[in-house]
Design a protein around this ligand. Sequence first.
Ligand SMILES: *Cc1c(COP(=O)(O)O)cnc(C)c1O
Length: 387
Amino acid sequence: MDTKVTLNPTPVPLLDLSRQLGPLHDEIMAAISRVVQSGQFVLGPDVDEFEAAIADYCQTKHAIGCASGSESLLLALMAADIGPGDEVIVPSYTFFATASAVTRLGAKVVFVDIEPTTFNLDPREVAKAITPQTKAIIPVHLYGQCAEMDAICQIGREHSLMIVEDAAQAIGAEYKGRRAGSIGDIGCFSFYPTKNLGAAGDAGMLTTNSDQLAERLALLRGHGMQPRYHHQLVGINSRIDSIQAAVLNIKLRYLDASTRQRTDNAIRYGELFAAAGLSTALSLPQEVTSGRHVWNQYVIRIPSGQRDSLRQQLTENRIGTEIYYPVPLHLQACFADQGYGPGSMPRSETAARETLALPIFPELTDEEQRSVIGCIGQFFQATRQAA
Ligand SMILES: *Cc1c(COP(=O)(O)O)cnc(C)c1O
């Protein structure tokens, strides 16, 4: 292949949704218009169709729509009857919502360190964190790659724990041939616009193979009401809007193609980094052989303490990047009373200092990727010369 890198970088956005939405604009507007004309704005036929399509896509018996990924996590724990006195194990390196769902229910969130290669929950650390109060584990499939589910589910079976998969970044990801969200007891998905399957606003989904959990989840998302004004459970209002379902039904048809584009972009980054001689200055994301990575994020590590200055140089050249996540959850101000100090989760803390997400969205061009690599190459060349 041609591995020439660009020296005068062209600007590259971290994410450009307009490139995906442009060609779908008329189709999406027609669907929204149809929902407006129907007057059915909450649940209804578009939601039924979307739930059936997601159950099929995720290889589960049931899929239950809700208002967001954050609330899917909350509903999953409510369905598992998690409350005060219970402990739930969560990786310390994830988005805030994974942990806040636990705290919101009055239960104790127990943070556990990650595996440095995948950034996912380390099953050995999970085993050490089990107590008689442990009720559930929430493995997160971070950046689009599944956690070590065999080992985690094995621990779950030994201690009769609920396994709730946070698959917000991982729709379509696979672990040993099984889809994310179909492996644990409940799968949680987000359709926030930056996810691989993004809505025109907030939306979420729960997947499960259990008839009993599906029934509870469907009740809990609608105030536990069945029939109207008769409340079987104390639930919440977390339904999915028909407009979101109508938009998502259209976008789901393009998900496999856009996941292939993300994968192609990841492969091309690997080739370009190698050709630019940068494979030792930084470490590239590692794909485990047991699964299918869906590349919601392409996250490199810069182990030399230069992450922030590299990021600044990229920003000055109008190349979008992000840090997922700069502060591990056990060190967040709101969890200070839990008593985890600096040094208690060393691998999460190192990740927070070293990770940098590069643009990986499906429509990213070859020229844009060369621009990203060129700018990173210039940075390391300049720092070598200065040294
Ligand atoms: C996005 C995300 C969520 C929350 O989803 P929302 O739809 O934004 O509420 C939860 N967990 C992870 C890992 C996420 O990336």
